[in-house]
Design a protein around this ligand. Sequence first.
Ligand code: ADP
Ligand code: MG
Length: 292
Amino acid sequence: ATPTALMVGTGRGARMGVVVRGPEVLEQTRRADVVVLDKTGTVTTGRMSLVDVVPGADEDRDDVLRAAGALEAASEHPIARAITAAAAEVGALPDVTGFASRDGLGVEGSVEGRAVVVGRPRLLAERGLALPADLAAAQGRAEATGRTVVAVGWDGAARGLLVVADAVKPTSADAVRQLRDLGLRPVLVTGDHEAAARAVAAEVGVEEVVAGVLPAGKVDVVQRLQAEGHVVAVVGDGVNDAAALAQADLGIALGTGTDVAVEASDLTLVRGDLRSAADAVRLSRATLRTIR
Ligand code: ADP
Ligand code: MG
């Protein structure tokens, strides 16, 4: 490999919006045969909108929304931004103390002296906050349509649900097709629930789906594929993807994502467009062909 050819390759990459950490990354890009795609913010826009608030039987809608919005104000997650924006519309957000983020699960902290938990129903269950039957039914209905349900709870029970919706990026289906044509096998991996994952996968043409995993579970998926002999690329944007990006043979971060993801990766897609991953593969093949 002549250093000059590699330099030319990385320079061309930069002009295409693909920033390579070092010239050796091109070899890993050429060899990748499986591509693990994060769902939220990678295949989807991650610009979530709050489409419904379902208060528990004895709860006030705005009370549920405000408590959640106050906590989510301190979170970087796309879901958090949607919830905080909607909550700010119903009034000033109450003060929060003792905020903590549980990556891939939700957030918790004290809002006006109440210990509040916001996130996956599973996180509330872990905190001993029971989900009443009417809310469980509402959760099932919302999830069946591919939407994501965020539960809000305090004082021993879930007090309401927030339903959020996301949209697939217009370029994602084309990107998946291009990656497949280049010989890469796509796998969608997400912390979101199965029905939401399946809906997105079907829309972009991916058959393999691993849903409901925590950040560490994403690492397990990568390791399992590596153990089978695959050279694994991971594309992600979030804090929750950092560990999987680091474990990957080729970590690809979206430039539109969080700094933590960019720092853990080998390659950055400046425009946040998944099609740039296919551009990178083509570039690596063209560059390494000329120096063999
Ligand atoms: P993905 O893998 O699709 O990028 P994450 O791992 O970031 O998703 O999150 C998985 C799930 O955890 C989300 O679908 C959501 O249900 C829940 N979650 C994560 N962070 C938050 C948050 N700040 N507020 C509410 N729910 C959250
Ligand atoms: Mg993401």
